[in-house]
Ligand binder design. Structure first.
Ligand code: ARG
Length: 279
């Protein structure tokens, strides 16, 4: 009897050095409800949130990335979610225009940081736009979410400002209200996503563009496993997204688990805490 053995050699992946902006959760809390995860009556452990965030920051530093910090401001409990502060590409910066009044003041603060960092031009979006929460770079295009926060008009404004193609994707499940809660950019070519978060038309776009995408389970999506930061090799994501860890490893990526359970109470995880500065 002969046994056929199939030896799969995982693709060689290369980590790219990245530059991130983060905001220490010194004033983090859940005091209002602007997404289905937020329950102001459920207690938040502020000290634990800080420790979990510090470990995320140290993880990035240990992987060799650069991490800058923006000062947290009292009364803005969601400011820790730096991904929502704007979009930076080729040294140009567009600060966000938030959907909800509770976060509106963050737009100016991120704009000020961009200007002080020498990013130019640095402008604030005129359309409803929640930055890298909804707008993810892959190769030389942006994938952009809409349906809950960032508008289609914002997608057009972004395409014009950055002179780049923007592919719009419609989100349909309120638990996955930002694109970065439902889709991870793994490298210049591939993504991981949770199909249940997207409209049928957007699923067709994803299937056509990314036939080899990693498909996440509902369980992994629920623990925000897709709210991940990849440098092309290391993928920093929720330690609880076990199937996703296995699938990434099989594809030659290096999943690095982090525990951000306190921040999940506000509807965020690793990627939400991280804005990429492409200077
Ligand atoms: N509570 C915040 C909000 O609803 C969470 C933002 C999470 N950020 C993200 N990039 N998905 O706006």
């Amino acid at each position: 009897m002969t046994t056929d053995t199939l030896t799969v050699t995982p693709t060689q992946r290369t980590a790219k050095h990245q530059h991130y902006l983060m905001c220490r959760p010194e004033h983090f809390d859940v005091t209002y409800t602007i997404n289905p995860w937020m329950d102001p009556t459920a207690p938040v452990d502020a000290a634990l949130a800080l420790r979990q965030w510090e470990i995320l920051r140290e993880t990035y530093l240990s992987l060799g990335h650069t991490v800058d910090l923006i000062n947290p401001v009292e009364g803005l409990p969601d400011m820790v979610f730096a991904a929502n502060g704007g979009i930076v590409l080729d040294g140009r910066a567009m600060a966000s225009r938030f959907t909800h009044d509770e976060r509106a003041a963050e737009g100016q603060l991120y704009l000020d940081w961009f200007a002080a960092a020498g990013l130019t031009p640095a402008v604030q979006a005129t359309e409803q736009n929640e930055g890298e929460g909804d707008v993810l770079r892959i190769g030389d295009i942006f994938l952009a979410g809409t349906g809950f926060r960032t508008s289609l008009a914002a997608h057009r404004e972004i395409a014009t400002f950055f002179s780049t193609e923007v592919v719009s994707l419609e989100l349909v499940d309120p638990r996955f209200y930002h694109l970065d809660t439902a889709l991870t950019v793994l490298d210049d070519e591939n993504v991981a996503y949770f199909p249940g978060a997207f409209s049928d038309a957007s699923l067709e776009i994803l299937r056509a563009r990314f036939p080899d995408a990693v498909i996440a389970t509902a369980d992994d999506a629920r623990v925000f496993g897709l709210n991940a930061m990849s440098d092309g090799y290391n993928v920093v994501l929720s330690a609880r997204a076990v199937d996703l860890h296995r699938e990434l490893r099989a594809r030659g990526y290096n999943p690095v688990g982090v525990d951000l359970t306190e921040l999940l109470k506000a509807g965020g995880s690793a990627k939400c805490c991280t804005l990429e500065i492409r200077a």
